[in-house]
Design a protein around this ligand. Sequence first.
Ligand code: MRU
Length: 370
Amino acid sequence: MDQKENIMNYETVALDDQDHSIVIIDQTLLPGRTELIRLRTAQEIWNAIYLLQVRGAPAIGVTAAFGIYLLARQIQMENIDNAGSDFGAFYRQLTQQREYLNSSRPTAVNLSWALNRMDALCRKAGEEEKRSVAEIVELLHQEAAQIKEEDIRVCRAIGENGLTLVKPGDGILTHCNAGQLATCKYGTATAPIYLGEERGYHFHVFADETRPLLQGARLTAYELHSAGVDVTLICDNMSATVMKKGWVNAVFVGCDRVAANGDAANKIGTSVVATVAKRYGIPFYVCAPTSTIDFDTPTGEGINIEQRPAEEVTEMWYKERMAPEGVKVFNPAFDVTDHDLITGIVTEYGIARAPFTESLAQIRRKKEAA
Ligand code: MRU
């Protein structure tokens, strides 16, 4: 496919039930080539997540959930140590695979959130309800499909809530890609933009290019442009310029993990944008499904920030050097935006505002009561 075909018509993550594989768009090749790849083994799923062929916190979670279903099915079929009928053997083998998948990337909590949800279902069905392995595999299938469906509903609800914060014609700046390509539909930070577009709001979006891997240029600018949204690509060092000119009314970003006090980890550079937005009095909103809120991590200090290979900075993926051989490189994939720089955290259950410890806990209670 060339760039003229619309990327918005593709699913970010899909399960092929006939072929027993996960189908993803290889996002490392976008926007130049749209290639669908199939993941079947634990190693293929691990690699796809680690290599960012599938990326963005919610999409990683959905991929891992489908992965657990497929691996459970394989364990049942292979029947090693009687795992096709003995729950103990089945669970031991599945636990190994779950832990392996969980080691692919550390920062986005949606990965462990989805894996834990699949694990809880498996233990309940096997230990408490004494279901057969075949039944458990089918339940895991349904749960993974449910996680995907929920992601679509949740993103839409974030879009509705986010849309109350802006008005037609506004300028919106975003960083990295928290778009449809990072979720199953709508995105998180882009959901208010897509919903606004449907309703004739005609926002003017500024997409930061997002070094080192250019998710903003390759993915956000690409998907928004394909969807007919008015988007302008800017380099990461231009956000102060467009803000100072008065072109930006609000910033919407996604996130990989929100601590209980509202500190939010997102793509490296997000905290710079938040700091500049504060300087110019521009509201800074973090869009977060509740699956991205980690109540077990009290503050941003406790968030494990992934360190990525130096080559991403010195060569990106093209193997053409952009920096001297042997130079020292620091390449954290994410940074933490302190909660005092955040105007609001937009979730599917409403918008949390300072003090975040209380407002996020209230959102959690709303979710539990739903
Ligand atoms: O390294 P990436 O591309 O996975 O980083 C993605 C981001 O930082 C997104 O903003 C975040 O995962 C939210 S996606 C809705």
